[in-house]
Design a binder for this molecule. Structure first.
Ligand code: NAD
Length: 479
């Protein structure tokens, strides 16, 4: 095996081990991959360091880097179906979702090719006679990019595209649970002829590979997407060396529905908001906050439709929702379901593994709705990251806003109403990084993504997503 990519070559692990990667739809082994140990981390960071300090990448013009990113865009277009198939197999998501992910990352590389090529700095009007003042942008250095398992390609590309566009060199690590599509992504990028050491791939878990990456003195920046507890640990590690750090963490996202909302759309999107990709989405609309007088009709319809969602292998025709990513993750979600019952939430549908014997070996769980929840319950407060919806009710607009903001997280949320003024008013009062009005889940590379509160630090996508990977330098010259 040679699954690590270091200094322009595919190689095995010098001091790590191997891991079986499982198909979540039936628990079978999809692949065995190498896992990097500490000396592999040293090699990869060393290669990235040399490529940054001595190599040509950092001094290429933004236009040259834009050309390199466009070659990646071409590679992604050529390999679209293969990449999507691997992502679907590895994560359990449907082929259609995986194809959307590949299209989205293609758009992200394309966007940063454009953005990097345009923004070369600015002249400052100092008001001081004889002084010329300029702001120029430079790359930060060696970036360690660490991604989770729910959107392996997407989350990595949101980091990698701007990091490369800004002229950094990178050591990347996908989740140990879902490494396969990232290996393929690196093959595609390597084929474009990026200079050796600019992009390095390590595989492995948090303790054996991720932690040594973040601790490494040769790393200048860590960008991490994943869970809150891991994020706190990484931030503390980065503090020791004052490394730059960007964190995209969890969410407990409110979906607020007023009684004047378009009923059918609000139901459709409420289902999609929480059950899409089995709820393993950081921005999942996991808290339905519904106006009391609409509650009965709305939740009856939701439960009826949720019970009919077609579960199955993500590569099969007609399947709407795949399995959870792993046995361990399903067990965690099942513990949350038990806790919700113990704390008195009313189970309206799901709450168990499907009866279909064809799904018995996979890590499936039925779409689950807990009604009559209150704000003290664990199911309302903690990120479950599975196909589980909690339902709370409100009477007034103020109460809706209070409940929507009643979380330590602040990643995303939605408001449904026919009253455009109210939609805007509520959106402005929500303490969340993205707010949709009469929609759920859309995003574009041009618009920033990130969280308030404990959902993270910094922003991905948009112009700010590039700035995260640049140092600005002020050059003052007396003439
Ligand atoms: P996780 O924190 O367990 O792992 C994420 C990554 O960090 C993995 O690659 C893992 O190997 C690595 N890691 C673990 N411990 C580490 C350590 N000590 N040092 C360095 N790296 C370490 O998260 P997960 O279970 O893979 O992903 C689910 C979480 O990701 C959820 O909380 C979800 O909300 C969050 N997420 C957030 C966003 C966002 O945009 N805010 C997007 C997707 C997922």
């Amino acid at each position: 095996m040679a699954d690590l990519y270091i200094n322009g070559s595919w190689t095995g692990a010098a001091d790590g081990g191997t891991r079986d990667v499982l198909d979540p739809a039936d628990g079978s082994v999809l692949a065995h991959v190498d896992e990097a140990g500490k000396s592999d981390v040293d090699d990869a960071v060393g290669a990235a360091r040399r490529a940054f300090d001595d190599g040509p990448w950092r001094t290429t013009t933004a236009g040259e880097r834009a050309t390199a990113l466009r070659a990646i865009v071409d590679g992604l277009r050529t390999n679209r179906e293969d990449l999507a198939r691997i992502e679907s197999l590895d994560t359990g998501k449907t082929i259609a979702e995986a194809e959307t992910d590949v299209d989205d990352i293609t758009a992200v590389f394309d966007y940063y090719a454009d953005t990097a090529g345009k923004d070369e700095g600015r002249v400052v009007d100092t008001g001081v006679k004889g002084a010329i003042s300029r702001i120029v942008y430079e790359p930060i250095g060696v970036c360690a990019l660490i991604a989770p398992w729910n959107y392996p390609l997407l989350q990595m590309s949101w980091k990698l595209a701007p990091a490369l566009a800004a002229g950094n060199t990178c050591v990347i690590k996908p989740s140990e649970v879902t490494p396969l599509a990232t290996i393929e992504l690196v093959r595609i990028i390597a084929a474009t002829g990026l200079p050796a050491g600019v992009l390095n791939l390590l595989l492995g878990d948090g303790a054996g590979t991720g932690a040594p990456m973040t601790e490494h003195p040769g790393v200048d920046m860590v960008s991490f997407t994943g869970g809150l507890e891991t994020g706190k640990r990484i931030m503390a590690t980065c503090a020791a060396d004052v490394k730059n750090v960007a964190l995209e963490l969890g969410g407990k996202n409110p979906n607020v529905v007023f009684d004047d909302a378009d009923f059918d759309s609000a139901v459709d999107y409420a289902l999609n908001a929480v059950f899409f990709h089995s709820g393993q989405v950081c921005s999942a609309g996991a808290r339905l906050i519904i106006q009391e007088n609409l509650h009965d009709r709305f939740v009856d319809e939701l439960a009826r439709r949720a019970a009919r969602i077609k579960l199955g292998r993500g590569q099969d025709e007609g399947v709407e929702v795949g399995p959870l990513v792993s046995e361990a993750h399903r067990a965690k979600v099942e513990r949350y379901i038990q806790t919700a019952k113990d704390e008195g939430a009313l189970l309206r549908c799901g709450g168990k593994r499907p009866d279909d014997p064809a799904l018995a070996d996979g890590f499936f769980l039925e779409p689950t709705i807990f009604d009559r929840c209150d704000r003290t319950m664990t199911i309302v407060r903690e990120e479950v990251f599975g196909p589980v919806l909690s339902v709370e009710t409100f009477v007034s607009e103020d109460e809706a806003v209070f409940l929507a903001n009643d979380t330590e997280f602040g990643l995303a949320g939605a408001v449904w109403t026919a009253d455009a003024g109210r939609g805007q008013r509520v959106a402005q009062r929500l303490r969340h990084g993205t707010v949709w009005i009469n929609d759920y889940h859309p995003y574009v590379p041009q618009a920033e993504w990130g969280g308030f509160g404990k959902s993270g630090i910094g922003r991905e996508l948009g112009p700010t997503g590039l700035e995260e990977y640049r140092e600005s330098k002020h050059i003052w010259q007396n003439t």
